[in-house]
Design a binder for this molecule. Structure first.
Ligand SMILES: C[S@@+](CC[C@H](N)C(=O)[O-])C[C@H]1O[C@@H](n2cnc3c(N)ncnc32)[C@H](O)[C@@H]1O
Length: 268
């Protein structure tokens, strides 16, 4: 009974433009519940920024950020890119620096460069003021501020998950443009395995037939909208600019998104 009512209320808010203010209200409410302060030796963003990129837990933000940084570091190494060897790295959709807090110091200490870019200027601004590296805001659609063929590695954690298919396709092309030939893109996404356990409503069932499903198609780029992609569709979308080196399925026993490891094709 409640579910259809909620769905109608959501549609009304989307159509009237009230969904944005409602969503901001939810974020402010979450920010009041982030739990005790955490000192992990790195600058910690304020609660109102933490809740824009993760659940309402400073501990989760700290620990999962460190774990996700380790995961990207290990995955890149497995594909021949050592972040401690002076690489030029971009965190696309860097949010409040959850992962950059751990990786940027390491990349820069090794003689590389570290850039972060995010749709939300408040998030990019906090990173610029508090973390090593260069951080900028970008638009919902390309371009990035980086030059063509200027980067060795780009990672994006839970960014494709908030984009419609045409926008995601445009970003894959842009990421291929700024990577050097052979450079790596490591991008997480919601695949069919992850959808089995974590997708809302009928998304998992629709995904098999549709390949790309957008849920709550409003406020693109925010956490409100979520996008779901089969691994095969993601590989097709990446094909013009990349060879698919590996796609690690998401998990249905723990909330771990799928990860695509893409290698930029040489220019033709
Ligand atoms: C779920 S958060 C993840 C943030 C960060 N990657 C992390 O793992 O903590 C999604 C992030 O993607 C950003 N984002 C969404 N659309 C974007 C776009 N078109 N370009 C750049 N960033 C985008 C949002 O502003 C937000 O910071």
């Amino acid at each position: 009974m409640l579910r259809p009512l909620r769905r109608i209320a959501r549609r009304v808010m989307e159509r009237t433009g009230l969904i944005g203010p409602y969503y901001r209200w939810l974020e402010r409410r979450s920010a009041r519940a982030v739990g005790e302060a955490v000192d992990d030796g790195r600058p910690m963003p304020p609660a109102e920024l933490v809740v824009l990129v993760s659940g309402p837990s400073l501990r989760w933000f700290s620990e999962r950020g460190r774990d996700d940084a380790a995961m990207f570091r290990a995955l890149a190494a497995r594909h021949g890119a050592d972040v401690a060897a002076g690489l030029d790295v971009l965190d696309f959709g860097c949010g409040a620096g959850r992962i950059a807090r751990w990786l940027a110091p390491e990349v820069i200490a090794a003689g590389g460069t570290f850039t972060g870019s995010d749709l939300n200027p408040r998030l990019a601004g906090w990173c610029a003021a508090n973390l090593p590296g260069t951080y900028r805001a970008n638009g919902l659609k390309p371009p990035l501020g980086n030059a063509a063929n200027s980067l060795d590695m780009i990672y994006a954690h839970s960014v494709l998950t908030h984009l419609t298919e045409p926008t995601a396709q445009a970003w894959l092309a842009e990421i291929a443009r700024v990577l050097r030939p052979g450079g790596l893109a490591l991008m997480t996404f919601h695949d069919e395995a992850y959808a089995q356990a974590w997708a809302p409503e009928d998304v998992a069932a629709r995904l098999a037939g549709e390949g790309y499903v957008v849920w709550n198609n409003a406020l693109e780029g925010s956490n409100y909208i979520s996008a779901w992609t089969t691994r095969a569709r993601l590989a097709d979308m990446a094909a013009p600019g990349f060879e698919v080196a590996e796609i690690i399925p998401g998990r249905n026993d723990a909330p771990a998104q799928a990860i695509a490891v893409l290698r930029a094709r040489p220019e033709v």
